[in-house]
Design a protein around this ligand. Structure first.
Ligand code: FAD
Length: 283
C-alpha cells in the first residue's frame, strides 16, 4: 500500500483508519537477522501500516538489507526502505529502485544522508534531487525527512522548511519527522509547514528512551531538546530509564493522537519491548 493511500483521504474508512503506525528498524551490526526477525514478529501483531529499514552510509550492509526486505515482505509486511543519495550516481540509484520495485515494494524514504568527510556528492546534492530522480524514473511513493527542531546544518527553521518544500514539489508524498520530545515545538512546526503551502501528511517520529548513551548521542547529532522535567527524571532515576522512556512516550503519543496526528513512526532501535508497551497503552 502506498504512502498516499495510508495517510491520505482514501484511507478514511480503510484498513488503517484508526491511526497508521509504522516501525523503523536497521540491519543489525552483528548480522543477527533471526533476533531482529523475532522483534519484528512481535510488532507484527500491531498491524503496522509500514516497516521502514534504514540505509547505511554509502550502501554499507546493502546485502543484509536486501535479505531483510525479502524476509519482511514474506511475512506480509508493507516495507519502506530508506535510501541515502550521498556518493551515489544516477546509475546506482536507477539500479536500486529497479531492484526494490522488482520485490514489489511501493514506497521509499528518500534522504540525502550525512555528508562524508571527503565531501564526495557525485550526482545528487540534496534530497530534493533524489526525490526528483525517483519521481521521474519510478512509480514509487516517496517519503522524506522533516526536522521539527530544524536540521542541524540549517541556520533557521524557515529556511529548512523552504528546503522541505523543494522535496514536496519534486514529488514527495509524506514527511517522516526526526524524533522529538517537545510536542509544542512539533505543533509549531506543523503550523509553519502548512503556512509554507505544504499539505503532505506529517508523521511524528517517536523514540522511546532506552539508555543514557543513546539519548546523549541523539542530542548531539540531531539537535533534539530534552524537556527539563524529563532530563531531571532521567538523572534522578537512572536505573528506571526504560520505564521512564515508556511512560513519557505514552503521554507524548496520547497528546499527539488527541491533536489528530497523521501517523506515528517508532524508531524501535530493533527492540520490540518498549514500543509494544506504548502501543498497548495508546491503541
Ligand atoms: P536534505 O533534505 O537534503 O537536507 C539537508 C540539509 O540541506 C538541510 O539543512 C536542508 O535545510 C538543506 N537543504 C536541503 N535542500 C536544499 C537545497 N536545495 N538548497 C540548499 N539547502 C538545502 N540517515 C542515514 O544515513 N540512513 C537512514 O536510513 C536515515 N534515515 C532517516 C530517517 C528519518 C525519519 C530522518 C529524520 C533522518 C534519517 N537519516 C538517515 C538522517 C539523514 O540522512 C540526515 O539527517 C541528513 O543529514 C539529511 O538528510 P535529508 O534527507 O533530510 O537531507
Amino acid at each position: 500500500m502506498e504512502l498516499k493511500e495510508i495517510y491520505g483521504q482514501t484511507n478514511v474508512m480503510g484498513k488503517f483508519s484508526k491511526l497508521p503506525i509504522s516501525f523503523e528498524v536497521f540491519p543489525p551490526k552483528d548480522g543477527n537477522i533471526s533476533e531482529l526477525f523475532e522483534q519484528v514478529r512481535i510488532l507484527y501483531k500491531y498491524n503496522p501500516a509500514l516497516v521502514s529499514l534504514t540505509y547505511g552510509a554509502n550502501g554499507s550492509n546493502r546485502d543484509l538489507a536486501y535479505e531483510l526486505l525479502q524476509m519482511f515482505i514474506h511475512l506480509g509486511l508493507n516495507v519502506m526502505p530508506h535510501f541515502t543519495c550521498v556518493g551515489s550516481s544516477y546509475n546506482m540509484v536507477q539500479g536500486y529502485i529497479r531492484e526494490i520495485e522488482n520485490l514489489g515494494i511501493e514506497n521509499i524514504l528518500a534522504l540525502r544522508g550525512d555528508l562524508p568527510e571527503d565531501d564526495c556528492l557525485l550526482d545528487f546534492e540534496y534530497a530534493n534531487d533524489l526525490v526528483n530522480f525517483i519521481h521521474q524514473k519510478s512509480s514509487l511513493s516517496i517519503g522524506v525527512a522533516g526536522y521539527p527542531e530544524c536540521h542541524i546544518e540549517c541556520k533557521n527553521i524557515d529556511k529548512d522548511i523552504e528546503n522541505l518544500k523543494k522535496k514536496i514539489d519534486a514529488g514527495a508524498d509524506a514527511i517522516f519527522t526526526q524524533l522529538f520530545f517537545n510536542n509544542e515545538k512539533f505543533y509549531r512546526y506543523v503550523d509553519k509547514v502548512r503556512a509554507a503551502g505544504i499539505n503532505a501528511p506529517i508523521i511524528a517520529g517517536i523514540m522511546p528512551i532506552r539508555s543514557k548513551k543513546q539519548i546523549e548521542k541523539m542530542v548531539s547529532i540531531a539537535n533534539v531538546e530534552i524537556p527539563e522535567r524529563l532530563k531531571n527524571q532521567l538523572e534522578q532515576f537512572p536505573q528506571n530509564i526504560k520505564k521512564i522512556g515508556v511512560e513519557f512516550a505514552i503521554n507524548q503519543c496520547q497528546d499527539l493522537i488527541d491533536n489528530d496526528i497523521a501517523g506515528l513512526h517508532f524508531f524501535t532501535l530493533n527492540h520490540a519491548d518498549q514500543t509494544s508497551e506504548i502501543l498497548d497503552n495508546i491503541l
